[in-house]
Unconditional design. Structure first.
Length: 50
């Protein structure tokens, strides 16, 4: 499970989001493979720790 059980932010979860987007495309739910950056507004891509 690692040190941070529920990580916040895009960067710590990038691998999960990228896998999700791959499945989304593979199953025909989107016409092209989206990137993680396309999902969120630029201001939300910054990582912080609570």
């Amino acid at each position: 499970m690692g040190e941070d059980f529920w990580p916040y932010g895009v960067e710590p979860n990038r691998h999960v989001l990228d896998r999700f987007l791959g499945y989304h495309y593979d199953q025909g739910l989107s016409p092209r493979r989206l990137t993680v950056e396309e999902l969120f507004h630029l201001s939300t891509l910054a990582t912080f720790k609570i």
